[in-house]
Write a protein that binds this ligand. Structure first.
Ligand code: 9MR
Length: 501
């Protein structure tokens, strides 16, 4: 599913050239002086995202919080989740030696979040980027150093952190383990130990693995998948996986992203987009670059909203005024806090649901299409399956977004809505068409991306999935089986959405 033109056109234009590899430098972080002031609340993307069950996050540094009122206003108007960009890292809290913890900046950020209605995403307890004194610690001492940091930090902020990035970036791009100070000392066992230690220190926080370059199915995400399965097999406490999503304006393979999310969701864990930004090819970005960038934001959010396991969508910044990529204008507000096309793209997807035009729905198991029996235009006519005729209006459905990730499906021939007959919640109940009534749960369908290009449709009232079983033309389409996130979909539950040209 892609966004309608004109954004797609410019995507191709923008795909050529651009910086190879994003910089990974340590920018100096100024520390501000004055305490943060109270700011306005309400409205913004966070409110729209909440209707989809998504927490909407940004990133903040203390210096911006302390010194920039526009930053504070924008952060609290648009976001309900924040990650301290650097202040919780070992390099910042424990920069000099084992027995010295510096809490000033970390406390300031945590307090700001608490006082301003922002949930906190803690970042990060175990990372390969460590202060120099850790590098020179004897191998035998490193386990104690790691556990001491986790316990001290997670205990101090216990109850204030919604999710902790317990372990960050342990894999190389080829899926091998990074030769970090922790790996050198403990092998892969440091990962288990880190999660156990974090759970003990803060039992309520979601415990997360966070990495970049794992958005699509590739060697690195395969390694993460194997790691998580291993942790689960050993009973290690593990709640979620975060895709950082530092990408460029050429985007990525969106179907692979959706398929990748689906396989992780089937492990029964939560998923997050934790650090999204989209680097433009030029600076200042051209209008075409900004359009391409907006298209990437739109497409990532679109796939996220079709995967119920995703709970948070976070950007690595707020405005282009503060970003680790100052040459790539990667965020949704410009440096003067004006909304960029990327802001409008996110807003558009959150408001419209993203499906435009008409679709023929073809069942994977039977190969037949969702069809109104006899091409009837009357209330209560049966909705059945029939050989595919994409040019038949009785097989063409438009998706009318009703909020909460759900849609009415309106038949193009009858203008009536797809509904479970008499609003039944029973297993096996058949489908019919009826006068559209947006307030009826029984005619609202949540679209769930099910992998490999297929979707499942879940009825909002019954929570059951739309199914077709083998049979002749005019065999009823039914609802069957509640949706279970960890179960694989059966072919009867899978539908291809073919857009009518
Ligand atoms: O944006 C962060 C930058 O200010 C820091 O100098 C740098 C090193 O601490 O880390 C940047 O944030 C990174 C994050 O912690 C982990 N994922 C990649 C982010 C961008 O490099």
């Amino acid at each position: 599913m892609s966004r309608p033109l004109p954004l797609l056109v410019t995507l191709c234009l923008a795909a050529c050239g651009g910086p190879e590899g994003l910089p990974d430098t340590d920018f100096p972080d100024a520390v501000g002086q004055s305490p943060a002031a109270a700011v306005a609340v309400g409205g913004g993307l966070k409110t729209l995202a909440a209707t989809h069950g998504i927490t909407f996050g940004g990133v903040a540094k203390r210096s911006a919080i302390d010194n920039d009122a526009s930053f504070r206003t924008t952060l609290t108007r648009e976001f309900n989740l924040v990650t301290p960009e650097n202040e919780l890292k070992m390099k910042f809290i424990q920069p000099n030696r084992k027995d010295e913890f510096l809490w000033g900046d970390a406390d300031a950020l945590v307090n700001y979040a608490q006082n301003n209605g922002l949930a906190l995403h803690g970042h990060t307890l175990v990372w390969y980027k460590v202060p120099p004194w850790v590098d020179s610690t004897a191998l035998g001492e490193r386990e104690a150093v790691m556990k001491n940091f986790i316990t001290t930090v997670a205990t101090r902020y216990k109850g204030k952190v919604w999710a902790w990035d317990v372990v960050n970036e342990v894999f190389n791009d080829d899926g091998s383990y990074r030769n970090s100070v922790w790996y050198q000392a403990m092998g892969t066992g440091f990962i288990d130990k880190a999660f156990w230690t974090a759970r003990t220190a803060d039992p309520a926080a979601k415990l997360v693995y966070n990495d970049y370059g794992i958005e699509t199915v590739n060697a690195k995400s395969n390694a993460v998948y194997a790691m998580i399965k291993g942790l689960q097999a050993k009973g290690v406490p593990f709640d979620g996986l975060a895709f950082q999503m530092h990408i460029k304006q050429k985007g990525l393979d969106y179907q692979s992203f959706a398929d990748n999310m689906r396989r992780f969701a089937a492990l029964g864990i939560q998923l997050y987009v934790s650090e999204m930004d989209v680097a433009t090819d030029s600076h200042p970005a051209t209008a075409a670059d900004l359009t391409a960038q907006a298209d990437v934001y739109w497409n990532i959010l679109d796939r996220v909203l079709q995967q119920p396991a995703v709970k948070a969508f976070q950007l690595w910044g707020v405005s282009d005024k503060y970003t680790w990529l100052p040459e790539n204008d990667p965020l949704i507000f410009d440096a003067a806090y004006n909304e960029k096309p990327a802001y409008a793209a996110l807003e558009h997807r959150l408001q419209t649901g993203g499906f435009s035009g008409r679709y023929t729905l073809v069942n994977k198991r039977t190969g037949k299409a969702l069809h109104v029996a006899g091409s009837a235009q009357t209330n209560a006519a049966a909705v059945v399956q029939y050989d595919v005729h994409e040019d038949w209006a009785a097989q063409q459905w438009s998706f009318n977004y009703v909020g909460g990730r759900s849609y009415q499906l309106l038949n193009h021939h009858s203008a009536l809505a797809l509904k479970v007959k008499e609003g039944s919640t029973l297993e096996g109940a058949v489908l019919e068409q009826y006068s559209p009534d947006v307030s009826m749960d029984s005619e609202q369908w949540e679209l769930i991306y099910a992998g490999n290009g297929y979707h499942a449709l879940r009825n909002k009232r019954s929570q059951r999935l739309m199914v077709a079983f083998p049979g002749d033309n005019n065999t009823p389409v039914q609802q069957y089986s509640p949706y279970v996130p960890t179960a694989e979909f059966t072919d009867s539950q899978l539908w291809t959405l073919r857009r009518v040209p």
